[in-house]
Design a protein around this ligand. Sequence first.
Ligand code: TYM
Length: 328
Amino acid sequence: QQRVLSGIQSSGKLTIGNYIGAMKNFVALQHEHDCYFMIADLHAVTVPQEPAALREQTESVAALYVAAGLDPAEAAIFIQSHVPAHAELGWLLTTMSYMGELERMTQYKDKSEGKEAVGAGLFVYPALMAADILLYNATLVPVGDDQKQHLELTRDLAGRFNYRYGDTFVVPEPFIPKQGARIMSLEDGTKKMSKSSPSAGSYISLLDNPDDIRKKIARAKTDMGREVVYDVQNKPEVSNLMTIYGQCTGKTVEQVQAAYDGQGYGAFKKDLAEVVVAALEPMQRKYADVRSSGEIHRILRDGAERAGAVAEQTLAKAKEAMGFLPIV
Ligand code: TYM
């Protein structure tokens, strides 16, 4: 049995990219392993958030975890800011991070590019993410492709800490799916699908209604050809749509390609829209139930308690190793 931790920022509506790249694997791992899944609200505030919007998004992401199939009896589901050890170990690991390695993070480079004022939180963000993981002695961290570099840094920080202060942290492994680790924008097959994109047509939100989903897929960019062929180099947009189709139906892209042999983009896109609608429909129904029942608050209270118990122990061990004077 492995210890698993992962998280998703509460910085907007989740997309089908978040689901395929991360949440789907959270659900798959929960029965076999000891799982902790958090909503990363401390990470969300590395860019400005309206207080009311942050509150709503945080509760919404938590409810989506449950709606997507996470079972609170199996996995601890909790809010990052409910467990103060995250902020505290985040600081300790910030002091152990080098400017140079943080500057090399591509997510930081992307998010700060062309901006006049860049928040310091955006810069030290990976040290907080390392704390999230190391507090639980996680061995496995399910994430999409874009978090790979942050995982590498987490491994470096764990190793550095252990070398300086003695064995304290477990060095984690990333768990990145072979298919679907990088779902691309519907409008540009070279860009990642992102919930923070200003163009709503570029992503499918997990809470989009069926008509919006159909419209977005009908308008999704495809290349000049007409064959439904998986070729990431030459047909990035169609290949991305085939990946989404495969992930929503449990088919491989080869099976999808075979199924549409001799058919054009039109027929494929029409079916894809229905496939996505059918995949999201039960999740949306469950989401509405979870939100209206108010059960999420109990789930989060229980999750924070379970997570806090583990996190506090690790934090105490790290502080002792570093030489902080304990209360006696
Ligand atoms: P975030 O909130 O940007 O994304 C959450 C998860 O979704 C994955 N993902 C995607 N996968 C496939 N295709 C896409 N287009 C796509 N977009 C996003 C991400 O890779 C991620 O797994 N820093 C993290 C949150 C975090 C975290 C952690 C993760 C905070 N602490 C500790 C793991 C462990 C983030 O910003 O993910």
